[in-house]
Design a protein around this ligand. Structure first.
Ligand SMILES: Cc1cc2nc3c(=O)[nH]c(=O)nc-3n(C[C@H](O)[C@H](O)[C@H](O)COP(=O)(O)OP(=O)(O)OC[C@H]3O[C@@H](n4cnc5c(N)ncnc54)[C@H](O)[C@@H]3O)c2cc1C
Length: 406
């Protein structure tokens, strides 16, 4: 039986866990990382990282690796009538930001690229066990209510006990760590309309700005979203009972269904990439003693605004500001205090953004004409008012704290 006592245990290597593992390079902490699956992440999920997260990735020396892996820049988004007339154009490259662009990279590549950086980093006391799930989890007073011990069997069959000084739970929406530490779910909601994602052929897209086009149709909204390599991705909320119909559609039938929402999309060849039931699950607290929840383990949200990965990485960036020095990590009371300070500083603003995201998710549950009739004038008003427009774009870029144009 081997016992490991890392400064930090990370559970889960999705976007949150993989970027945290890469972000901890060069900081002097010893890290043990557990990932339950050997499969790459679902490529059809989020691929859009905002300017604030881009700033974090640059600070963590990850951004260049993302570009080397094929990442591209996105410079804005447009809201259009079904016929293609622009209602609002939300550009990003004219904002006063250090990195005035979104980064687009396939979901699976974000995680594998970040994880590769962690695994290959020199002078980084980092051990990844994969496939190994955190299941046998003990909590207790030594960790001030957080995780004291995780027992695992390595892929080679060795029994290992991990006694972490701090635990970052990045194990997704059904987090085992969250359950073991007895966090409660404060906000729960099952949205009515699932999402369907379609892919167009690679190499078809000719838009150097890689902008998202959202069509505001009275028959329901639909977004055409550039992926890397000149590929389109199409996302739309549909009725639950229509999943079977969408699953068995031919490309021509999908053309007709898309044309009902936006004639401009009626000529596109597509394949079905995935269906996603959508839920809201927000934990009551973010930290318990020396354990902290991050990413979907902390807050699983509606993809209405493409913010799930972004929230996870933004919270991680703030968390790093509060970590004790590596030499102080054996002081459990100090670790617990710093995590509590992190929660007190970051949760209130994030809670407000999560509530707003939920409102947006509720809107997307309503694909009828009333939603568009309410939304189109709002978008036109934001487009026409330079101050409101600036505020909107800065908030979407991840800088709601820098709304003063001066
Ligand atoms: C259709 C769709 C589109 C989206 N678009 C965007 C977008 O454009 N931008 C954006 O920011 N967000 C987007 N999101 C949200 C985003 O995908 C998620 O918020 C994000 O991927 C969550 O990452 P995570 O690492 O927290 O969790 P997960 O991706 O769920 O990763 C959890 C990891 O933990 C592992 N694991 C689970 N249990 C254990 C255990 N016990 N021990 C060890 N490992 C374990 C799992 O195998 C997994 O690898 C979208 C979501 C959907 C559904």
């Amino acid at each position: 039986m081997t016992t490991l006592q890392p400064d930090i245990l990370i559970a889960g290597a999705g976007i949150a866990g993989a970027t945290v593992a890469a972000g901890l390079r060069g900081r002097g902490y010893s890290v043990v990382h557990l990932e339950a699956s050997t499969q790459p992440l679902d490529t059809a999920r989020g691929d859009h990282l905002g300017p604030r997260v881009v700033e974090t990735l640059a600070n963590w020396d990850i951004l260049d690796a993302f570009f080397a892996a094929g990442a591209e820049k996105r410079l804005g988004a447009k809201w259009l009538t079904p016929e293609g007339v622009v209602i609002m154009h939300s550009s990003i490259d004219d904002l006063p930001l250090p990195y005035p662009f979104y980064v687009v990279l396939n979901h699976d590549l974000i995680a594998t690229t970040a994880l590769d950086l962690a695994v290959t980093a020199a002078d980084y006391d980092y051990t990844l066990f994969r496939p190994v799930a955190a299941r046998d989890i003990s909590t207790g007073a030594d960790a001030h209510g957080g995780v004291t011990e995780v027992s695992i069997t390595t892929p080679e069959g060795e029994a290992v006990t991990i006694k972490p000084r701090m635990t970052i739970a990045c194990d997704g929406r059904s987090s085992k760590i969250r359950a073991a530490c007895d966090f409660q779910i404060a906000h729960t909601y099952d949205y009515e309309k699932p999402f369907v994602v379609l892919f167009g052929p690679r190499g078809e897209l000719q838009d150097p700005r890689n902008e998202i086009n959202s069509y505001m149709s009275l028959n329901g909204g639909v977004s055409r979203i550039p992926r890397i390599g000149g590929q389109w991705k199409i996302g739309l909320a549909i009725d639950k009972q229509d999943i079977g119909r969408w699953k068995s559609t031919t490309s021509d039938e999908r053309k007709a269904l898309l044309a009902e929402r936006a004639p401009a999309l009626g000529e596109m060849e597509t394949e079905v990439a995935g269906f996603y039931p959508v839920i809201r699950r927000e934990s009551d607290y973010w930290t318990k003693g020396t354990t902290v929840l991050l990413g979907d383990a902390c807050h699983t949200i509606h993809p209405a605004r493409g913010q799930g990965m972004n929230f996870g990485i933004r919270c991680a960036a703030r968390l790093f500001d509060f970590l004790p020095d590596p030499t102080e990590m054996s002081d459990a009371a100090l670790v617990a205090q710093r995590l509590a300070d992190y929660e007190a500083a970051v949760k209130p603003l994030t809670d407000a953004q999560l509530s707003e995201n939920h409102e947006r998710g509720l809107h997307m549950d309503c694909t009828g004409p009333e939603r568009m009739q309410a939304e189109i004038p709002t978008l036109r008003a934001v487009a026409a008012d330079p101050d409101a427009n600036f505020r909107y774009r800065m908030t979407m870029a991840g800088y709601p704290d820098r709304l003063d144009p001066k």
